[in-house]
Design a protein around this ligand. Structure first.
Ligand SMILES: [Zn+2]
Length: 83
């Protein structure tokens, strides 16, 4: 449960507030057309604002490792691709 696409979405939502709000408000619109499994979409759709409180909370919420999150935080695609 830590495909590249999932991590890119998470890493961007973590650092970009407008996109994070979009993901929380209308996840299906944000996730539509992305290379994600139904399970991954369900997990990302189920995130709450509180889950973004810290990297630890976010990793726990999606079932990935902190290392996964940090690996993508500075990834150019994650940084620059707005939802
Ligand atoms: Zn953004």
């Amino acid at each position: 449960m830590s495909s590249r696409e999932v991590m890119i979405v998470l890493a961007h939502a973590q650092t970009c507030e407008p996109c994070r709000e979009r993901l929380l408000k209308d996840p299906l619109a944000v996730l539509r057309g992305r290379a994600l499994s139904d399970e991954e979409k369900a997990t990302l759709s189920g995130l709450a604002a509180e889950d973004f409180g810290s990297a630890e909370q976010l990793a726990q919420a999606v079932g990935c490792t902190l290392a996964d999150l940090f690996e993508y935080r500075d990834h150019p695609v994650a940084r620059l691709r707005h939802f």
